[in-house]
Design a protein around this ligand. Structure first.
Ligand SMILES: [Zn+2]
Length: 96
């Protein structure tokens, strides 16, 4: 099932403290940095001691995810998450 979304929505902006027109973009998470403290500490902790694994082996991945978008305010350019609270295979912008 494909769900169609409008390119612009009217939603509440925390910075403007009122409803405003906001552009929708697809949210893509970036890779975690290798040298950041969080990843370094976790690896060292797991590797120390007797035995143990540094990384977990992935099992079955979930097929459907909740789609996440970035909503950008047209007035102050503040970005916020726009999550559709339902699992969906595919979403599309209207008129594309
Ligand atoms: Zn705003």
């Amino acid at each position: 099932m494909i769900m169609e979304l409008p390119k612009e929505i009217k939603a509440y902006c925390k910075k403007c403290k009122k409803h405003s027109e906001q552009k929708l973009k697809v949210f893509k998470p970036r890779k975690a940095r290798v040298k950041s403290i969080g990843t370094r500490k976790n690896l060292e902790k797991h590797k120390s001691g007797y035995g143990g694994k540094a990384k977990l082996i992935a099992t079955v991945k979930k097929q459907n995810k909740k789609p996440v978008y970035l909503a950008e305010c047209n007035i102050c350019k503040q970005k916020s998450y726009f999550v559709i609270p339902k699992k969906m295979k595919k979403t599309e912008f209207k008129g594309t």
